[in-house]
Structure formats: C-alpha cells, structure tokens
Design a binder for this molecule. Structure first.
Ligand SMILES: [Zn+2]
Length: 229
C-alpha cells in the first residue's frame, strides 16, 4: 500500500498559537481536504501524526480532541476524502516520551500498524520537528508554508532533501505528477500516476453518516476505523 503521513495543525487546518481546543476552532485550510481526496483516488492511504500537548497542559481533554477529529473526519468525507487513522502524542515536551515529534515514535507506530517501511514515505509538516521526525526514519520531508511554515523556512536548518511547497495541495500536485528519476527523491513505488484520477468528482463517495469514535487512550493511539490488510 501507499501511504502519506500528514501533520495536522498548519497543514490540514489553520494553526493557532492558542491551540485548537474545540471543534469550532478547527478550520480547514482551503484545498487541504480536496488534496487528501486526490491522494485517496490515486491509491494512497492518508494518516495523521500530530503532537497534541494541549492534552498534557489541560487545555482540552480527550473528549474534546475526539470531537475535533469527528469534525475533521466529517469534513473530509464531505469532499470524498478519507483519513485512515489519526495518531497523536498527548504529552508535554518535558514528559520525555518517545512519540512527541521530533522523535520518530509516532511514525514508527504507524509503520508497525500498517506493516510497511517508512523509507520514501512522504511526510508533510509546517514545523521543523515534523520534518526531523520524518527524516530520521527515511521519509521524504515536505515543508508547507501554511501554518508556521514560513517561519520554519526562515529559520533554516531543514533536514537534507526537504522539499518546500506553498501548501498541501501543491505537495499532492507534485506527488501525483510523473517525475523523472533524476530529480525525484520519491521512489517509483510511492510516485503514483495521476492520469486516470484527475477529473473525478470531488464528492465521489460522500458518507453523510458520522461514525462514533471512542478513543479514550491517554497515550498515542489512532482512531483507525477500518481493518487494514
Ligand atoms: Zn508522546
């Protein structure tokens, strides 16, 4: 299977220095959900890996996070997009966990869950730590300039091979475009042809029903809602 790993805040939805604490504060970035739908149509599974230290800080609880993710899933479904799983780190920086990015624990958990290698998997983030976490496990780090992305680019020190794009939609444009082997960091397996996927209706498979989620784990878990092969 083909996989793309996305950060959440600043990549899929607008970021906030005050944290995203409720569904009302979760506002998608224009084109991001449509970009995920395009990935799905090209055969990619899309997984989110997100630091949510607001949990450890008591800014919101697990029920609020689940409600936020229900809104995310519902909004995605409305444009024919599917998020296969959301992995989150609930810890604060000084908890010294293995899952908070820039540590690669969440990505390694994703690899175990989906039984695949992370080598060459595209990871998209707006913060340096997103890119670092991907880089150390052999992913292709892609920086988007939405969210904190402009600041991240300005600070520099990006991992070698980091690709920079205006937003998630542009990442997907690049990923689904046929690229020559010479200038591509993506291996042939993960570089999908887009020919027969363009032009498909954005609302191809809407699912108006919202499935209940009850992920109450205090640790990094996903809310995977389907069995994977
Ligand atoms: Zn953690």
């Amino acid at each position: 299977m083909k996989l793309v790993i996305l950060d959440r805040d600043g990549v899929i939805n607008q970021d906030s220095d005050h944290f995203i604490k409720s569904p009302d504060e979760w506002i998608p970035i224009e084109g991001s959900l449509e970009a995920i739908a395009r990935l799905n149509r090209a055969g990619y599974s899309v997984v989110i890996a997100t630091n949510q230290s607001g949990l450890a800080r008591g800014l919101f609880d697990i029920l609020a996070l689940n409600a936020i993710h229900q809104k995310l899933h519902r909004a995605a479904q409305q444009v024919g997009a599917d998020i296969a799983a959301i992995f989150f780190c609930p810890h604060a920086a000084d908890d010294n966990c293995d899952c908070r990015k820039p540590k690669p624990g969440m990505l390694q958990n994703i690899a175990r869950r989906f039984e695949l290698s992370l080598k060459g998997v595209v990871t998209v983030g707006d913060s340096l730590r997103d890119l670092q976490a991907g880089f150390v496990v052999g992913c292709v780090p892609c920086l988007v300039l939405t969210g904190k992305g402009e600041k991240t680019r300005a600070k520099g020190g990006l991992p070698p091979g980091t690709k920079i794009f205006p937003d998630l939609f542009a990442v997907v444009d690049d990923l689904l475009r046929d690229v020559g082997p010479a200038d591509s960091a993506l291996d042939a397996e993960s570089s999908a042809r887009s020919d027969d996927h363009f032009g498909a209706p954005a609302d191809a498979q809407p699912d108006p029903r919202t499935r209940a989620r009850s992920n109450v784990s205090p640790h990094a878990r996903s809310d995977t809602r389907r069995k994977l092969p």
